[in-house]
Design a protein. Sequence first.
Length: 276
Amino acid sequence: MFLPKVLLALSAFGLVAGNTITFVSLDENHRTVYSRHKLQCEDGDRGYCNDLSLKEIPPVDVPGLAQVDVQLPMGWEGNFYSVPTGTPDRTGMLAEIRSQGYENASFFDVSAIENPNDHVGVKQFWPADDPNAEVSGCIEFPCPYTYYNPDDKQTKPATWSEKFYCTLGNADLSNRPHLAKWQKVYNPETNKWEALSVTNPAVSLIAVPGLSAATRGTTVESPTTTHTAVTDETDATDETDAADETDIANETAFSHQTFVTLVKKHTATSTFTASS
């Protein structure tokens, strides 16, 4: 019980380290990234939450082919979407995160539920400091790695990384092949997500059918656990583990049903560097 008290005391002075999402633009289009966040801590919260966790994230402009860091406080829960700079605000493809949630882990996903037709905004979202991390979202939509239905409960495994990457837009790899490192493909040979490669057939441009030549990604089928209910992954004899996994799934499904009633829109500051 001592550690939470210390964290609360430090957070009162703004000394608790938070989280970072780096938005990476893969094309020349300028965008504004908006956020919506949880408005209040609740008795049923399973994870870190205090007044700082409810901080508004102001709007952030992401120039074309740039990287922009956005800082999130510990326990922040909400989502991000982008719109072309200078156009009316409208909800797009969502990058969702619940940081320092159940067992202090962070949960993340890309959701197409509110606007499945946004194919030029949020693309892929993943933890930066987790060697076993999975990737949510698509190089080209639709794909098996995104939420499409409100009752989808399967999410990416939790992570303890405090830094994330979120790509925006469509990379023209024929003219900027170096951007392939920001496009992630599931490699069934290693059971890991890897950057697109011109040398490894399992994750190469040539091996991937069905996508445009300039922006080819992956249509490789997802691991068998993707997009199946968490409770289906456990044996009936392991009811305790099944219940725990269901709790984790429910913890991460915040925006798909009730979360939308708990958030509001904002605008923001940031720092950026050119993509490399």
